[in-house]
Design a protein around this ligand. Structure first.
Ligand SMILES: Cc1ncc(COP(=O)(O)OP(=O)(O)O)c(N)n1
Ligand SMILES: Cc1ncsc1CCOP(=O)(O)O
Ligand SMILES: [Mg+2]
Length: 306
């Protein structure tokens, strides 16, 4: 058992996570000395307040179980208050290895990438026009027919249920608005976006089919509320959420693929790497070859691990 101090935790983990340029004075919600040291250290390591709070509580829980060790990092679900598996109200399972996951702007792209051999595709059609959305969702479902591609619909969960899509992908801000019970009752898979520990805890409480984590690297495609997470955090997140099929997203291209795969995620989601490629079909082939036989890419297993 080492001496409890924020400095000891910071020193043990700064090489991995880096140090914040600036950080707020900790806002403590508990008195426990491990919690307090960990909260300060996690803020100094660059975690946002909500994530530092979540981590500090996990540090406290881990130390109560095993004693304080500044060199350890909390990664056991029980320390974060995550319920054990199996769970009765989980969403329908999807493959643990969703593999290359193309996030695409319309049904034409969905069909093109499905025919090129992308195993998982998403229709990310941004429109408030209900008729246009319904049309595009139906067209995307028709476009993947006859291919093995699994189709997730971003945002438009009602249209996805009506048209019988494979699954729905929702962001954190959609969680409180969408009718999750209706999605689950219809048997659709649910993927949720997360951007750190606090959001992972919130997502886990809903037992989705998969959890997406990002943005791993900077992306120009979406304005992100948090800084890019980087591969060190991605590895820590993937350890904690190992019960789930996991997807990494944000700024991933062919060169960054090996570093992302080292985290153990079963899937890499990309937009620009495919839609902005000189030959999207050739890029799909290159990605698929690089993914073949890599840890986490074993085909077959479905769903959550107990
Ligand atoms: C696989 C995957 N991960 C994350 C996202 C982002 O979803 P969301 O947070 O809902 O943001 P928008 O894509 O709706 O702008 C995603 N689409 N797919
Ligand atoms: C939709 C989305 N959500 C998190 S990052 C992102 C965009 C990913 O695009 P790219 O792969 O081009 O960085
Ligand atoms: Mg969304």
């Amino acid at each position: 058992m080492s001496t409890v101090s924020a400095q000891a935790i910071f020193d043990a983990h700064t090489a991995r996570f880096g140090a914040a340029d600036a950080f707020d004075t900790p806002d403590f919600t508990r008195d426990d000395p491990v919690y307090r040291a960990a909260k300060e250290a996690c803020l100094r390591l660059g975690f946002i307040d909500a994530d530092a709070e979540c981590l500090a509580q996990a540090w406290e829980a881990r130390s109560a179980r095993l004693g304080f060790d500044a060199g350890a990092w909390p990664e056991e679900p029980v320390d974060f208050g995550l319920a054990p598996w199996p769970r009765s109200l989980a969403f329908a399972p999807c493959p643990r290895a969703l593999g290359l996951y193309a996030v695409l702007p319309d049904a034409e792209w969905v069909g093109r990438m499905a025919r090129a051999g992308v195993p998982t595709v998403q229709l990310r059609f941004k429109s408030d026009d209900t008729r246009a959305v319904e049309r595009e969702v139906r067209a995307a479902i028709e476009a993947v027919a006859g291919t093995p591609a699994l189709l997730f619909i971003n945002d438009h969960w009602q249209a996805a249920i009506e048209a019988g899509a494979y699954g729905v992908h929702l962001g954190q801000e959609d969680i409180g608005v969408a009718n999750l019970s209706a999605i689950r009752a219809a048997g659709l898979r649910l993927g949720l976006s997360t951007h750190g520990y606090a959001e992972m805890r919130r997502a886990d409480a809903l037992s989705p089919s998969y959890i997406a984590m990002g943005a791993v690297f900077p992306t120009t495609l979406k304005r992100m509320a948090t800084a890019p997470q980087g591969t060190a955090r991605l590895r820590a997140y993937a350890r904690l959420l190992r019960a789930y099929p996991l997807v990494a997203i944000g700024g991933i291209d062919f060169e960054r693929l090996p570093a992302v795969l080292q985290s153990g995620v079963g899937s890499v989601a990309v937009v620009r790497a495919l839609v902005a490629a000189a030959s999207p079909e050739a890029e799909v082939a290159r990605f698929r070859l690089a993914l073949q036989g890599k840890p986490g890419q074993e085909t077959g297993p479905l769903g959550h691990l107990a």
